[in-house]
Write a protein that binds this ligand. Structure first.
Ligand SMILES: [Zn+2]
Length: 206
């Protein structure tokens, strides 16, 4: 489910996060950054406030993979990877990240990059939080798609995706296998779990 959309500012469509929209732009027109269909703000009781398509939209990349009924772990995983990237990268002032970054491939297909990393404004790395079941072949397909637009893919495995075959494959592909560990605690009052993700290390051998 989208946490980023486009809203109509005075003259143009502008990217906006849910938080920014609620704080600054509430009530303005919304559209999907991936498929351009009209959207609205949805505030479910037990899930995060997010953007949702209005009825009657066509095909959208947000209906695929981790974004179809996005889990709390996926959202938290993206935040953890986002933080991690800034913690491991030298602060040269030219680095930026963006979650839910849409790329359009040569054949017109669109992909949503979980956490895109930019250097000097150029998309150079696509960081993928992979929690749902995936095959090495699907990993390769997305990796190639990113390469076709000049970026390197980096994968972080968690939950159902963090299995031996994928770990092996990633060690071959990127020399290291990064894992996301989730720690669940029950909050008495809300009964909503809290997740802590650790995207470090877990390299090889272990
Ligand atoms: Zn859409």
């Amino acid at each position: 489910m989208p946490f980023i959309a486009e809203t109509l500012s005075d003259t143009d469509w502008t990217l906006i996060s849910v938080l920014g929209y609620v704080k600054l732009w509430i009530g303005r027109e919304l559209r999907c950054q991936a498929c351009r269909s009209a959207m609205h703000l949805r505030r479910p009781t037990f899930r995060r406030t997010h953007f949702a398509h209005n009825p009657g939209y066509g095909h959208c990349p947000y209906d695929e993979g981790e974004y179809k009924n996005e889990r709390e772990e996926h959202k938290q995983g993206k935040d953890a990877v986002d933080d991690y990237l800034f913690s491991v990268s030298p602060d040269d002032g030219n680095m930026a990240t963006r979650q839910e970054y849409i790329i359009t491939l040569g054949d017109g297909r669109r992909r949503i990059v979980d956490v895109a990393l930019f250097r000097n404004g150029e998309f150079v790395e696509g960081h993928e939080v992979q929690l749902a079941h995936i095959t090495p072949q699907e990993i390769d397909e997305r990796t190639k798609d990113y390469e076709s637009v000049g970026a390197v893919a980096a994968w972080y495995l968690g939950l159902e995706a963090n299995i031996n075959s994928n770990q092996k494959h990633l060690r071959k592909l990127q020399g290291v296998c990064l894992a996301l560990d989730f720690v669940y605690t029950t909050e008495e009052e809300t009964n909503i779990f809290d997740v802590q993700a650790d995207s470090r290390g877990k390299a090889d051998g272990g």
